[in-house]
Design a binder for this molecule. Structure first.
Ligand SMILES: NC(=O)N[C@@H](O)C(=O)O
Ligand code: NI
Length: 174
């Protein structure tokens, strides 16, 4: 029976080892445009390494996943960060792990964050994460990541399969 991976609410602090949280929920804003607009400044760090890379803005439309969801692999982008910002208010799951032995993810420290539709995430360069797990409805995302010809996606099959059943480690406070 695969090990159940319980969900955790996404907070800047909890996600800090893996990247940034893009949200107006936690953060200071300052007024711009004669006070007509609040700016939540520099919420994430765009990282682009290597000679031919440049930061780019893309959009995706992700299919909706339903629980239970199997987690059997992770990937990382060694040459750049990757931000996922929902534009249709859809929640998604960010599964991440720290680096472990033999240049693989540390599966014993796998974490799954429930990302509300008013939050986005920015995975820092080299952070192990699962490809998009959009929960729908509507799966439109803005993606900000490295554009370039150099290979920038390492994939790793995990030694065991984990299962997201939609339950939270603590009572949901999302
Ligand atoms: N390849 C791509 O654009 N997406 C993946 O990197 C992902 O994290 O979903
Ligand atoms: Ni990715």
């Amino acid at each position: 029976m695969p090990q159940v991976l319980k969900l955790k609410p996404l907070t800047k602090e909890a996600f800090a080892p893996f990247g940034d949280v893009i949200s107006t929920r936690e953060g200071d804003a300052f007024p711009i445009n004669s006070g007509t607009t609040q700016r939540y400044h520099h919420l994430g760090k765009i990282q682009v390494e290597g000679n031919d890379g440049e930061p780019g803005i893309s959009m995706t439309v992700g299919q909706a996943f339903a629980f239970p969801i199997k987690i059997a692999m992770l990937e990382r982008h060694p040459l750049g960060s990757q931000a996922w910002i929902p534009t249709t208010g859809n929640a998604f799951i960010a599964v991440v792990a720290p680096g472990g032995a033999n240049d693989r993810p540390d599966e014993t420290a796998l974490q799954a964050f429930y990302v509300n539709g008013d939050q986005g995430v920015n995975y820092h360069a080299g952070v192990w994460h699962h490809p998009l797990l959009n929960l729908g409805p509507g799966g439109n995302f803005i993606v900000v990541d490295r554009i370039g010809s150099a290979p920038n996606c390492d994939e790793c099959n995990l030694n065991q399969v984990f299962l997201l059943d939609g339950t939270f480690a603590e009572p949901a406070s999302v």
